[in-house]
Design a binder for this molecule. Structure first.
Ligand code: ADP
Ligand code: ZN
Ligand code: ZN
Length: 730
């Protein structure tokens, strides 16, 4: 039978965003597999062009006189580039968008790389002297204190880590150098810090988990489900160390927000110069340089957010995704890929293992453990001697109202805060939305302040402005209703972080209060500064949004209060209960990480909701069982797959007609596969930045049926009458 190959050509040109069909000569048929690099005749040029086979079929799709044969399929092994191009193609297939976008995600454009000689910061005094110097620093010199402590533990640190994660200015480094405390030097030719290797002895559970991963033969996906503080990171270190000893490389994904100085130093201390870090604040040039180092075999471990997934390691043996349930693993730009899915895709192709770690695995991941695709490893106990899980208590806010307490702080929480403050312990208060100081509405006529560009209410801020959190629009808050002139045009609704801060300061005047939300943390440094201040005891109460709940270790925090636990239950999405459970369970995990037992108080209007009760009981299984039953009953992911198609246009009427037409088309397309087409309906946000949105859903048990629907919608989009679409799988 004649074979035909779909080939993509010239991966650098956005215009060639399609495949071309070639015939496969008999003698090449064995080597013609998807992913193979090929040489093909193209256009009028004489020299054959390089391309990649992305599909093979027996069906001729062009006019027979137009088909030309593949010229050559080189025999050599696939290069790293070849395998990444293939990955890009798989991502395009799965998530839609153009191949060009997918390739640019996977293989960033070449940057000029200046050859920089590696520089290191070395200590010039003993570890004891450094620690003594630390004692003398003022409370403001946090970066310096961290540097001295770090140097006390590792005799030299790469200059990049010092100026990057430790945020030290050149001036203060120069000064410390003049004082003879440290020296900044060019690393000696060939110098290499080996790291200390593993320093912690794993407990039985950790040991068993690590051993199980190491014993696996080739590709397999493991889910490391361990409560916060159970020592997942130590398991990673152990497995990594074994994998690199076998000459393979490791990619570790950590959400940007959790990639703190402590995490970075933990890996650096263990693996020294074999590990490199990337993050989104790095210049494109620096990131490119890291990639080159990985390609050249100078490093064996790459740690970073989402994009680190595409590190061009020659022989990756392990992919770790820490906090795998995190929403930041989903890309917001085309292709809208999910890092967990793509990590598994890439690992499968190179026969590597995967560890997905979390205290609250995503439903999708846990479901795949149940169905046997993934292997579950559990850690049930906190790793540190004496550390136990905090005790959680639910407070019913309706009873507070009945008792005439109109404050956002319940009587129970108030008493607990007072108690902690008197003992010199720390408190975290968290609300799962920012700026809820509420929308402004007129009590007389009902007029509300809305953004002129988006279909959302404006939020009142303390500086006397009303702001849109979607597009940044702002205007002055005039205390008079623009519609009826009433004076009762007032901020309304639930309290935001700012308002809580005011209230807490009033009720606990002696407490030092820190606030962390998107307004106080414009730059990445602000974020670390606030955390450091709190970690070093220069604040008694930390108030914040979900940011404060993610993976930080504050040993002196013994009380965590979730102020309005059910806010996120109201979000009209099928996974809102999961999001709520995650946040509450993670928040609860913050309390009492050391020997002092912690306490968690969850305030809610829905004390019986299973997301709330399961989080309070730290019972993941209970939550999962209820939630999966609900997903099954409604046919939601992960039980069935869901394709979300969002259409956008500036003209609302045009959008409506177009989306109706698309729905009609999809119903026809899906008749055979039996996929259900739902909608179109107005999107959760009808209008944003002057664009209107409508949404369509396609549901099916088999993801391939959805890919078919997506392809149909995609070609419709490029045809006449099509409107801009974005796709989301699950
Ligand atoms: P997780 O990532 O699961 O939240 P970590 O790996 O950060 O947990 O570990 C929590 C704390 O317990 C850390 O301070 C870590 O150093 C400590 N720890 C982990 N494993 C052990 C062990 N086997 N023995 C003693 N301490 C441990
Ligand atoms: Zn707006
Ligand atoms: Zn009015």
């Amino acid at each position: 039978m004649a074979l035909y190959a779909d080939v993509i050509i010239d991966i650098s040109a956005p215009t060639l965003d399609r495949t071309f069909q070639y015939s496969v000569p008999e003698e090449l048929s064995e080597r013609a597999v998807t992913g193979a690099p090929v040489l093909v005749p193209f256009g009028k040029g004489k020299a054959p062009r390089r391309g990649y086979i992305v599909g093979i079929s027996g069906e001729l799709k062009v006019a027979p006189e137009k088909i030309r044969p593949i010229a050559e399929i080189p025999k050599k092994d696939l290069t790293i580039e070849d395998s990444l191009v293939n990955l890009a193609y798989r991502m395009k297939e799965r998530y839609g968008g153009s191949l060009y976008d997918a390739l640019r995600t996977v293989i960033p454009s070449r940057q000029k790389v200046e050859s920089v000689r590696k520089r290191v910061v070395k200590r010039a005094v003993s570890a004891e002297e450094l620690l003594a110097l630390c004692e003398k620093l003022t409370g403001r010199e946090t970066a310096k204190a961290r540097l001295y402590k770090a140097l006390a533990e590792a005799p030299e640190i790469p200059y990049e880590l010092v100026t990057g994660k430790l945020k030290l200015t050149k001036a203060s480094l120069d000064k410390a150098q003049e004082e003879g405390i440290l020296s900044v030097e060019e690393a000696e030719e060939g110098s290499f810090y080996e790291g200390e290797g593993l320093t912690v002895t794993l407990n039985e559970e950790q040991e068993a988990a690590a051993r199980e991963v190491l014993a696996a033969d080739g590709h397999e996906v493991f889910v490391l489900h361990g409560i916060t503080g159970s020592g997942k990171t130590e398991v990673y270190l152990r497995v990594i160390s074994d994998v690199i000893a076998r000459g393979k490389q490791v990619i570790v994904l950590i959400p940007e927000i959790a990639l703190t100085y402590q995490t970075v130093m933990r890996f650096y201390r263990c693996f020294g110069d074999r590990v490199a870090f990337v993050h989104s604040k790095m210049s494109a040039g620096d990131r490119y340089r890291m990639r080159e180092r990985a390609r050249n075999g100078e490093i064996s471990i790459m740690i970073g957010p989402r994009s680190a997934l595409f590190t061009p390691f020659p022989n990756p043996g392990l992919f770790i995704v820490d906090e795998e349930h995190e929403t930041s693993y989903r890309s917001e730009s085309t292709p809208r890929y999910h890092a967990v899915t793509v990590a598994v895709m890439r690992a499968k192709e190179c026969g590597a293992k995967v560890i997905l770690g979390s205290a609250t695995p995503s439903l999708e991941t846990y479901y795949l453990c149940e169905t046997g695709s993934y292997k579950l490893l559990s850690l049930h106990r906190r790793a540190k001697e004496g550390a136990v899980l905090p005790k959680a208590e639910i407070v019913d806010l309706r009873e507070e109202l009945a008792a005439h307490n109109y404050s956002v702080i319940s009587r129970r929480l108030h008493a607990a805060i007072t108690d902690r403050l008197s003992r010199g312990e720390q408190v975290m208060l968290f609300i799962n939305r920012r700026g809820y100081a509420g929308f402004v509405s007129c009590r007389a006529c009902g007029e509300t302040a809305v953004c002129p560009h988006c279909d959302v209410s404006l939020t009142y801020h303390n500086d006397g402005t009303l702001r849109c959190h979607y597009c940044g629009y702002r205007r002055r808050y005039e205390k008079v209703c623009p519609a009826c002139g009433s004076k009762y045009y007032l901020p309304f609704g639930r309290s935001g972080t700012q308002k809580i801060e005011e209230l807490v300061e009033k009720e606990f005047p002696k407490a030092r209060v820190l606030r962390m939300d998107a307004d106080t943390t414009k730059a990445a440094e602000d974020y670390e500064t606030i955390l450091t201040e709190f970690a070093e005891g220069r604040g008694d109460i930390l108030i914040g949004t979900q940011m404060i709940v993610k993976g930080h270790d504050f040993p002196n925090v013994t009380l965590v209060g979730a102020l309005a636990a059910d806010l996120s239950l109201g979000v009209p999405e099928y996974n809102s209960a999961e999001r709520t459970f995650d946040l509450l369970a993670q928040a609860a995990g913050r309390a009492g990480r050391d020997k002092i037992p912690g306490e968690v108080i969850i305030q809610t209007y829905r004390p019986d909701h299973y997301a709330v009760t399961a989080a309070a009981a730290a019972d993941y299984q209970a939550f999962y069982d209820t939630e999966i039953a609900y997903r099954r009953a409604c046919g939601y992911p992960p039980v069935r797959h869901l394709l979300t198609i969002v259409g956008a246009d500036r003209r609302e009427a045009v959008l409506e007609t177009a989306m109706d037409e698309l729905a009609e088309l999809l119903r026809k397309t899906c008749r055979d596969s039996g996929a259900a087409v739902i909608g179109p309906a107005p999107a959760g946000l009808r209008k944003k930045r002057d664009l209107y949105y409508r949404v369509l859903y396609v549901k099916h048990g088999d993801i391939d049926a959805l890919v078919g629907a997506k392809d149909a919608a995609e070609s419709w989009m490029h045809g006449p009458g099509g409107v801009g679409l974005t796709f989301d799988v699950d």
